[in-house]
Design a protein around this ligand. Structure first.
Ligand code: NDP
Ligand code: PYC
Length: 339
């Protein structure tokens, strides 16, 4: 998209437009507000595989009856440092927000706390879930599993989801240190975007329906599969994420839920896990300075940028000039919002 062709929209206006679409498709007002802010935040930050690109998928899943947009999550206080949430077949973010302030109380009381969400649909990026903890001086790690489309290292059948992991830490004098990455060689959303744009992928990311290596995104989507990033090492991370997000929370593994009866379903029905830490309890009151120090060492050693930096720069530009939407994407949103 050329910058001159883009339609610029303010963050609040985009949130309002997305909220209208969610409400029109059966999402309750409070849940719609949470989802709209999340999705608009992804678009604003240039997390394009999980911004408005996902709106047709959200709508399609809602229309199929696969996800309950009105679900009211149930929070269970199971131990001094452990909360569980049953999302009741709704989206993960409202379940997370139902528990968030209680989780922070537990972190402040105990130095650390765990949140285990189950029976939930996560269709977004993970950084919006963890970055705000770091803004509040806490360290947070979260993982979520998705839908089986990743073949284990050396294997022949998709078992894992693209299972992202995100981490956020305060950093003195700067925006928090945040990374958010799939444990597959590429996120499924980016494969869809490449297929749509007619671009090939880099070698080593996926296989076709016969298990043969391919760089064609359409072959991956048409019965093929993705590979874990980094061979056996990414494989173990993907497996750990299945354990934490599904076995530990009581949710489904990425290959376990059956959405075949819901034509148009796209949102994975799994679980999400968080661990949040108060770094003050480490007794090192210079924690955020130490984080800044190691980040500086990395940059001084030649790494051109830290994770999160591109996002924050994109956010800054979007807040100054509006969020750029292609005319096609703008029309797509208007069509979804119009009765
Ligand atoms: P990327 O590979 O694009 O980026 C991963 C991380 O690396 C980001 O934090 C990014 O920061 C950072 N990064 C990228 N390039 C560099 C660089 N040159 N130097 C330093 N850091 C860099 O992400 P993925 O494609 O793996 O994942 C995309 C999104 O998809 C994630 O937000 C993830 O949560 C989401 N996802 C969601 C799933 C779900 O089930 N809900 C499943 C799988 C993925 P920056 O953002 O600043 O570029
Ligand atoms: O991009 O891999 C992905 C993904 C899966 C579920 C939501 N996003």
């Amino acid at each position: 998209m050329t910058e001159s062709a883009a339609i610029h929209i303010g963050f609040d206006d985009l949130v309002a437009l997305l909220k209208t679409i969610f409400v029109r498709n059966g999402v309750s007002e409070p849940n719609a507000q949470i989802l709209a802010e999340n999705c608009a935040g992804c678009e604003r930050d240039g997390s394009l595989s999980h911004g408005i690109f996902r709106m047709p998928g959200y709508v399609s899943s809602l229309k199929s009856g696969w996800v309950d947009g009105k679900a009211v999550p149930e929070v269970e206080d199971v131990a001094p440092a452990f909360l569980r949430v049953d999302a009741k077949g709704g989206f993960t973010q409202p379940a997370f927000f139902a528990a968030r302030s209680h989780l922070i109380e537990k972190v402040k009381a105990n130095g650390v706390a765990v949140l285990a969400i189950r029976r939930s649909h996560h269709f977004s990026a993970l950084w919006p879930d963890v970055e705000p903890f770091a803004d509040e001086g806490l360290v947070a790690l979260s993982v979520v599993n998705s839908m089986a489309c990743v073949v284990p290292h050396g294997g022949h059948k998709a078992v894992f989801g693209t299972n992202p992991i995100a981490f956020a830490s305060p950093r003195a004098g700067s925006a928090p240190f945040v990374f958010d990455q799939a444990s597959s060689a590429i996120a499924h959303g980016d494969v869809q975007i490449a297929a749509r744009a007619g671009h090939d992928l880099k070698p080593g990311m996926g296989v076709d329906r016969n298990g043969e290596p391919t760089t064609d995104p359409k072959a991956i989507l048409d019965g093929g599969a993705l590979l874990p990033f980094g061979g056996h090492k990414g494989n173990s991370i993907a497996l750990m994420i299945e354990i934490l997000s599904a076995a530990l929370t009581g949710g489904y593994f990425s290959g376990e839920f059956d959405w075949s009866g819901h034509k148009g379903a796209q949102t994975p029905f799994t679980g999400q896990f968080f661990v949040v830490i108060d770094p003050e309890r480490g007794g090192n009151h210079a924690f955020a300075d130490r984080v800044a120090q190691i980040c500086d060492l990395v940059l001084d050693a030649g790494q051109d940028r830290l994770p999160g930096e591109r996002r924050h720069n994109t956010r800054k530009a979007a807040l100054a000039n509006g969020i750029p939407l292609s005319p096609q994407n703008h029309d797509m949103l208007m069509a979804l919002a119009t009765p």
